[in-house]
Design a protein around this ligand. Structure first.
Ligand SMILES: Nc1nc2c(ncn2[C@@H]2O[C@H](COP(=O)(O)OP(=O)(O)OP(=O)(O)O)[C@@H](O)[C@H]2O)c(=O)[nH]1
Ligand SMILES: [Mg+2]
Length: 247
């Protein structure tokens, strides 16, 4: 990898992604041959973990973190980040396994980090960002969630729920990931807010988001309720902090 960027670890969380995992790994390896991958699998009933092991056996750049059971996306990422920080990676990337985030666009996020971003977000809702194959209801939900988040938290970020990201290791160390309890989308908002509150630099890079074609969504009413609840609490409890920042 680039000398300026250091070592990059791409974390791929999986829960029942047996049909998607080999393809995403292949695309990542082809797009960026020097980076390492860590599959963080929550003991998927469909055998995704075993497929990950087979991929790791064939390729030194692929690693697997087996977790005992489904504990949510947030917990899987925290464990993956800790794995990477312990091993001295300089940049830690988040990407979905289902093909929604295109490995061929990852270089743009890495370029933003190289250009000085402490966190680069692959954004659907900045000029140039696109969403392919989403029903209108899903777009409405995502846009609505982001508008609500921006108003409640006062963050200058258009796509705070986005899950295609590159963090500098220094950012993750500073924001204190051990204390994070958010599970679903709200995990992404939580880390964004922590990054903003530390005064670190966030760059949004336009990406084309492609809706999942294969496998089952983990989006649920619980995920939405958690996000609405936590974001509202952060919004209200964070008002004194926002006031301080403005002055
Ligand atoms: N390890 C782990 N991975 C998870 C968990 N929940 C979701 N994931 C993974 O996180 C990524 C995003 O989840 P998705 O189901 O695609 O969520 P989504 O993009 O909101 O839903 P779709 O629009 O249907 O794709 C995928 O790679 C999932 O396999 C979990 O509890 N544990
Ligand atoms: Mg998805």
């Amino acid at each position: 990898m680039d000398r300026m960027l250091g070592r990059v670890l791409v974390i791929v969380p999986t829960y029942n992604e047996r049909d998607n995992l080999p393809r995403i790994v292949e695309r990542l390896r082809a797009a960026l041959p020097d980076v390492d991958l860590l599959v963080a699998d929550d003991n998927s009933p469909d055998g995704t973990g075993k497929i990950a092991d087979e991929l790791a056996e064939r390729d030194d750049h692929v690693h697997v973190l087996h977790r005992p059971g489904k504990q949510g996306l947030g917990a899987a990422y925290i464990a993956g980040f800790q794995w990477g920080l312990e091993r001295g990676y300089d940049v830690l990337v988040e990407i979905d396994a289902d093909g929604s985030h295109q490995p061929e666009e990852l270089h743009k996020l890495l370029a933003a980090v190289e250009g000085g971003a402490d966190l680069a977000i692959g954004s659907r809702w900045v000029p140039g960002g696109k969403v392919i194959n989403w029903p209108a209801s899903r777009e409405f939900l995502s846009r609505g969630a982001n508008t609500y988040t921006r108003i409640m938290l006062g963050m200058p970020v258009r796509d705070a729920t986005a899950g295609f990201r590159a963090y500098r290791a220094t950012t993750l160390r500073k924001i204190g990931i051990e204390g994070v309890q958010s599970q679903g989308y709200c995990f992404q908002v939580d880390l964004t807010l922590r990054t903003v509150r530390e005064g670190l630099r966030i760059t949004e890079v336009p990406i084309t988001f492609v809706d999942r074609a294969v496998g089952q969504s983990k989006m649920s009413r619980d995920v939405m309720t958690e996000a609405l609840w936590r974001i509202s609490v952060w919004g209200v409890t964070g008002i004194p902090d926002r006031f301080r920042r403005r002055r």
